[in-house]
Design a protein around this ligand. Structure first.
Ligand code: LLP
Length: 435
């Protein structure tokens, strides 16, 4: 439907918004609000699209590692495992634990993080994590020592900073030289850390990783990064004799949040990257590596919406109209953090004319607790359900209990039916750790 940027949204015979063919008014009535709702079919088809694109275009195989940080709970790993996804990127003990609990094959996990503690490294060794993406010399030393105690040779990638600025939101740029992540090529630190990794007894260096940023709509910075990384592979080969067999180019493909955002052709993006790597490798005389990307947002964002109930509508003449809902910054901090723009709908009349323009406020004791400002919507009143579109990525995973507000459930839609992937938090859940 042209009215919605999300392909999973539609309108029922009674004019209500649907997701995956299910009436969202029924979901709101059945599960309550606030409530995250996700369409499994979108997640599955995006995972397939990525792995198929790698199968079709990569000169030497590879695939997608789902970036868990975008949306992490057990059902996500079960879906990824069922789809046979190439792997998953995890960044914390909690993400590792969730993957393990869901039965995800731990040898297909890539464990990230710029400051893994000794306890994190031991947990990864205990759980049999396939690959650790090492970030610093300190981490390498600690990992080699710990792996020795486990009598293991741990496979790793090294996080390298290619120095590409993708011109996106400053807070989510990670690949430029001034970064807490990785080792920059331009300063010589990257080559040094490769030599150090190669000198360690209990580490097997498989290759390199980089991540240039997030919500990027242009394939060219990715191609620049790929180009720089292949040149680095060639340089390392020349200087040390070591030839990397894997190259992981991180996440970051953009997602349409509103109709003003451009479309990104994910299959085309993978193809351009694969082509660039193939060409550069043959030009520089290095073997084409197994190629990986770590898409998070582009797998889950447009699978999800969030449903809220309107509590009050407050018009301040000459200023604005505040619509207060039963959720807000704790379940979606992205407006407060990044001024992210969302489209919203009155759930039982999504095609009605949007004659109102509102500021959607949450219920925290904080005036910055907003989902958005200047948001066009159909006229609403207390008790109406509002759907916020494209909230499948970095909403549930960034949710907090600020103001001691319980987090919403995640309801999955699959084959015209719904199930709870994460149940609603209760006030008892909130006090369970208090002593
Ligand atoms: N790999 C690494 C190493 C990353 O740091 C990230 C995201 C990804 C993959 C996945 O990137 P994606 O495909 O989702 O763009 N909280 C922010 C996004 C932070 C992204 C951090 N790293 C937001 O809500 O927009």
């Amino acid at each position: 439907m042209a009215q919605f940027v999300q392909s999973c949204l539609g309108v029922s015979g009674s004019g209500h918004l649907t997701i995956g063919g299910v009436d969202v008014m029924d979901i709101a009535a059945g599960y309550g609000t606030p409530c995250y709702v996700m369409d499994e079919a979108v997640i599955r088809s995006r995972m397939r699209l990525y792995d198929k694109a790698f199968a079709d275009f990569s000169p030497n195989g590879g695939g997608a590692l789902f970036a868990s940080k975008a949306c992490c709970f057990k059902a996500m790993y079960r879906i990824a495992a069922e789809e046979g996804l190439f792997g998953a990127d995890a960044v914390s003990p909690g993400e590792l634990w969730t993957a393990k609990a869901a039965g995800f094959p731990m040898e297909r996990i890539y464990f990230h993080g710029n400051n893994k503690t000794d306890a994190d490294l031991r947990l990864a060794l205990d759980l049999g994590v396939g690959t650790i993406v090492a970030d610093s010399r300190e981490e390498l030393g600690a990992l080699s020592a710990a792996a020795g105690e486990y009598r293991k040779k741990q496979h790793i990638l090294l996080r390298i900073t290619p120095g590409v600025d993708p011109h996106t939101h400053k807070k989510i740029i990670t690949g430029s030289v001034d970064s807490k992540f990785g080792s920059p090529i331009s300063t010589g630190a990257a080559l040094d850390i490769v030599e150090y990794a190669l000198s360690l007894p209990n580490i097997v260096l498989d290759g390199f990783h980089c991540h240039i940023g997030s919500q990027i709509f242009d394939a060219s910075p990715f191609i620049d990064a790929a180009d720089i990384m292949v040149r680095f592979i060639a340089d390392v080969k020349e200087k040390t004799g070591y030839e990397a067999s894997k190259l992981d180019l991180g996440g970051g493909f953009g997602v349409r949040y509103t109709s003003d955002d451009p479309e990104f052709d994910y299959r085309g993006g993978v193809r351009s990257l694969c082509d660039a790597v193939r060409e550069r490798c043959s030009e520089l005389g290095v073997a084409a590596p197994v190629l990986m990307l770590e898409p998070g947002r582009s797998i889950v964002a447009d699978a999800g919406i969030t449903l809220y109930t309107v509590g009050s509508v407050k018009e301040i003449p000459g200023f604005r109209t505040y619509v207060s809902i039963d959720g807000g910054m704790p379940d979606n901090p992205r407006y407060a953090l990044y001024q992210s723009v969302y489209e919203i709908f009155k759930a039982d009349d999504p095609l009605g004319e949007k004659t109102a323009c509102v500021t959607l406020g949450g219920r925290c004791c904080e005036s910055g607790d907003l989902i958005g400002e200047n948001m066009p919507i159909q006229p609403v009143k207390r008790g109406d359900i509002i759907a916020v579109a494209v909230t499948g990525a970095y909403n549930y995973s960034m949710a907090s209990n600020y103001n001691r507000i319980p987090r919403p459930p995640v309801v999955m839609v699959s084959g015209g039916k719904t199930y709870e992937a994460v149940r609603r938090e209760s006030c008892d859940d909130l006090i369970r750790l208090d002593v």
